[in-house]
Design a binder for this molecule. Structure first.
Ligand SMILES: Cc1cc2nc3c(=O)[nH]c(=O)nc-3n(C[C@H](O)[C@H](O)[C@H](O)COP(=O)(O)OP(=O)(O)OC[C@H]3O[C@@H](n4cnc5c(N)ncnc54)[C@H](O)[C@@H]3O)c2cc1C
Length: 451
């Protein structure tokens, strides 16, 4: 008997998952609540609607991790990418699209597919049986979010992301910064040196506060802030409350001795904490912000030690429903407590249209393998797909988990290539070359298994 796969949500992830599963012969039932139930960001009833920017970001598959993800999805017959190229607009190196024709094409392709039935209705409870993918995105409806929360516990489902900027470790000047936990706390050497510290003099601190206050900021959307301010404040809001607030908050200098200048007490200290098991990424602790991206780059580069910082992602605070995926999902993106339910898309803790579609592609293929009784070869973590899914289902620190864009810091380092800014071009090319070989081999293996 043909297996049935139910998918909740027809956005980037749900549409891609449906396409992959239906093409592999599963019968797919998609449940999409729009246009009956609306969100504050969507405008149409189309599947695959882009809620804000019309860009899938860089299309450079040799030098950019998101461009590589485009490439990998195209190799896997990805609907979102194929359709994006069909509706491409001139945008330099970015893949920008004509958004309405794009979403209309995605809708038409899924509607016309003989193996897909689309039900336009809101799902409000967690299904008890059958095979399901939940891909309801950052604006998952309230009733379903409550049902998920009842299953996972409130602390494992977030309604806002508060993203601190993430810096590539090899772009930090360690002649200025040093590793030390406050008061050298910790049972092991690794714990006693868990934080990376950047010291500031009084003048540097005052200039930093001035820059924070003057920086360009993004406003919250109407209805977006409910329930947020009791959580974590943006650093610029802390600075507005008083020039010393940060020095008594995330930038307090106590319990730390500058390893390079032990006699000079820093006036303030910015701390960074390891963000992934590989140790290639560090987040700036407590620095969630609504500053615009260009402003963030110039303000954060004022921090001594970060003058040449390269950012794997910049900070932000948004309405965003997402799971603590490292604790809740297994490596097949299934809910550990209910393995008949997979999650896909932004709700799994990835960030962005491309990353969400990518996780839809994988979830769709994982469901096909499971429902047809085949073992899926592990997705190589040397590919953009594999690096991302490995991060959310285990590589990330569950305690500080926040949504993640794809970036080269998630990839296992390569032996024999130059680190630092000077070796970057050669290093990124080596990462993408390796990824292309491994992704092609993975797809080939799936074809052989299916034959
Ligand atoms: C305001 C805002 C602006 C953003 N801007 C950008 C940007 O510029 N660039 C970028 O790359 N990313 C942006 N993002 C992130 C973006 O939402 C995601 O990257 C992407 O759309 C997520 O894909 P998804 O498939 O996980 O969710 P979505 O694309 O949102 O799809 C989820 C679908 O599930 C449906 N749904 C929800 N609950 C239910 C239910 N109970 N039953 C049935 N259907 C349901 C929704 O109607 C929706 O169609 C933005 C997010 C928000 C909230």
């Amino acid at each position: 008997m043909t297996q049935i796969l139910n998918i909740i949500g027809g956005g980037m992830a749900g549409s891609e998952a449906a396409w992959q599963a239906a093409n592999a012969g599963l019968q797919v039932i998609m449940h999409e609540m729009r246009p009956k139930v609306e969100t504050f960001a969507h405008r149409t009833g189309h599947l695959g609607e882009m809620v804000c920017s019309n860009s899938f970001r860089s299309d450079d598959h040799e030098q950019n991790a998101v461009g590589l993800l485009h490439w990998e999805m195209l190799q896997a017959d990805g609907l979102i990418m194929k359709t994006a190229y069909k509706h491409r607009l001139p945008a330099g190196g970015a893949l920008a699209v004509d958004r309405d024709p794009f979403a209309q094409s995605v809708t038409a392709a899924l509607t016309a597919h003989p193996n897909i039935r689309i039900v336009y209705d809101e799902v409000t409870t967690l299904p008890d049986d059958g095979h399901w993918i939940i891909a309801t995105g950052p604006l998952t409806s309230g009733a379903l979010a409550d049902a998920i929360k009842a299953e996972t516990g409130a602390e494992a489902l977030a309604f806002f992301d508060a993203i601190a900027p993430i810096v590539y470790h090899d772009s930090i000047d360690m002649d200025v910064a040093w590793m030390q936990s406050r008061y050298d706390k910790g049972a092991t050497e690794a714990e006693r040196t868990a934080y990376l510290n950047c010291p500031m003099t009084k003048d540097q601190y005052e200039a930093f506060i001035d820059a924070l206050l003057a920086a360009d900021k993004t406003a919250f959307k109407e209805g977006e802030t409910a329930g947020y301010f009791d959580g974590c404040l943006p650093i610029e809001v802390m600075a507005e409350r008083g020039r010393e607030t940060l020095r008594f908050g995330p930038m307090k200098p106590v319990g730390l001795t500058n390893a390079h200048q032990p006699d000079q007490k820093p006036y303030a200290v910015v701390q960074l904490r390891r963000d992934n098991a590989l140790g290639t990424l560090f987040n700036i602790v407590g620095f969630q912000t609504k500053m615009k991206y260009a402003a963030q780059k110039s303000v954060f580069k004022m921090i001594p030690g970060l003058q040449d910082a390269e950012f794997a992602r910049l900070g932000g605070i948004h309405r965003n429903t997402f799971l603590n995926a490292p604790t809740l999902l297994d490596d097949q993106m299934r809910l550990r407590s209910r393995p008949n339910i997979r999650f896909a898309g932004q709700i799994t803790g990835v960030e962005g249209y491309v990353e969400s579609a990518a996780m839809g592609l994988l979830a769709g293929r994982m469901a096909v393998a499971e429902l047809t009784g085949r073992a899926l070869p592990p997705v190589p973590n040397t590919t953009a797909m594999g690096a991302l899914v490995t991060h959310i289902t285990g590589g990330a620190d569950a305690k500080t988990f926040q949504p993640m864009n794809v970036n080269f810091g998630l990839f296992p380092p390569l032996e024999g290539v130059k680190s630092g800014r000077r070796g970057r071009k050669e290093r990124y090319k080596a990462y993408t070359d390796r990824a292309k070989i491994d992704w092609s081999a993975w797809l080939e293996q799936m074809l052989l298994d299916a034959a």
